[in-house]
Design a protein around this ligand. Structure first.
Ligand code: IPM
Ligand code: MG
Length: 369
């Protein structure tokens, strides 16, 4: 039996608990069959936490998140909490986890599975074989910049936020992008709006200097964010790794996600810096999709993005590449056999429920043994 691997599971709201339930079953299977040694604790986040504790995440849960080897999160939010004060909205729980765990690098792979090529709204020849990694800065920029708020100036009301980046904040996320590119196709596209924003000019300068000093073998390009959005739908195959700020990364990753056919397929990893003493990298894994309250509790949700987030956890937090490969392959096989949840359904395929998809993945895991 290997050393215990402590996972904090935060299913959250909407479809979060359903899709996380499938990962919980996969973890149980891995413990029973592979002796993986996962120790799982569950807790509340988002609206479901607000309903019980009056806030989107408690201090006690934050302490558990810091102590865990990895956090697995489902999804947060829903119309039920639309009128809750902003600091207690479900999203605030997610933002607190990201900020306080210092998860500055958000890895969002956009991968087109061959079996799902027809699920994309783009032509098959545009998206076939697509494999993009978006590295989104996650703990700074306009999401957290000060000052922010509302003001009355000269009798006129204003609302404002601040886009601000320090040199170390840019360097550390760019470094993650360069390192990933070295293990991929060796290309990084840095994205900002240097044509209109001071922070964009600064971003470009810092990334360029880091490239010259430490990563001359990686091919670096620069693109304005609006052009990048257009290029993603025009010719996505030109991209390998994209590195960008918090807000542009939020928008561009949704765009990249849809190239693959469904948000229901996309995992993500949010990573911090390795602790010099313990060697631990703070990490949280979550699907890119939201809580989809309209289909919650109906067994219709696609659990694959969360299952693939678990696979990223195996790879990045636990050095379990063989197990991650096996899980990824199981997902591919299930899709190749024509099993589909409603969001990726197409002619001639078999419609399955959330748990039907989970069962099929576990069965494939067995078969790949
Ligand atoms: C995401 C989401 C979040 C974000 C929301 C829920 C706060 O859109 O993870 O992409 O804007 O970062
Ligand atoms: Mg988003």
């Amino acid at each position: 039996m290997s050393t215990p691997k402590n996972i904090l599971m935060l299913p959250g709201d909407g479809i979060g608990p359903e899709v996380m339930g499938e990962v919980a079953r996969i973890i149980t299977w891995m413990n029973d069959k592979l002796g993986s040694g996962f120790v799982v604790e569950q807790d509340l986040v988002g609206g479901s936490c607000y309903d019980v504790h009056g806030c989107a995440v408690t201090d006690a849960t934050m302490a558990k998140a810091h102590a865990a080897d990895a956090v697995l999160l489902g999804a947060v939010g829903g119309p039920k909490w639309d009128n809750v004060a902003r600091e207690h909205r479900p999203e605030a729980g997610l933002l607190r986890l990201r900020k306080e765990m210092d998860l500055f690098a958000n890895l969002r792979p956009a991968l087109v599975f061959d079996a799902l090529i027809d699920a994309s709204t783009l032509k098959p020849e545009v998206v076939r074989g697509l494999d993009i990694m978006i590295v989104r800065e996650l703990t700074a920029g306009v999401y957290f910049g000060q000052p922010r708020g509302e003001d009355v100036r000269g009798g006129v009301r204003y609302g404002f936020d601040t886009q601000i980046y320090s040199q170390p904040e840019i360097e550390r996320v760019a470094r993650v992008a360069f390192e990933l590119a070295k293990k991929r196709r060796g290309k990084v596209m840095s994205v900002e709006k240097a044509n209109v924003m001071e922070s964009g000019v600064f971003w470009r300068e810092i990334v360029t200097a880091l490239h010259k000093a430490e990563y001359p073998d990686v091919t670096l390009g620069h693109m304005y964010a609006d052009n990048c959005a257009m290029q993603l739908v025009r010719n996505p195959g030109q991209f390998d790794v994209i590195v960008t700020d918090n807000l542009f990364g939020d928008i561009l990753s949704d765009c990249a996600a849809m190239l693959t056919g469904s948000l229901g397929m996309l995992p993500s990893a949010s990573l911090g810096a390795r602790d010099a003493k313990t060697g631990k990298i703070p990490a949280m894994y979550e699907p890119v999709h939201g809580s989809a309250p309209d289909i919650a509790g109906q067994g219709k949700a696609n659990p694959l993005a969360t299952i693939l987030s678990h696979s990223m956890m195996l790879r990045y937090s636990f050095d379990m590449a063989a197990e991650a490969d096996r899980l990824d392959q199981a997902v591919q096989n299930v899709l190749a056999k024509g099993l589909r949840t409603a969001d990726i359904m197409s002619d001639g395929c078999t419609l399955v429920s959330t748990s039907g998809m989970g069962n099929a993945v576990i069965k494939e895991m067995e078969a790949l043994g």
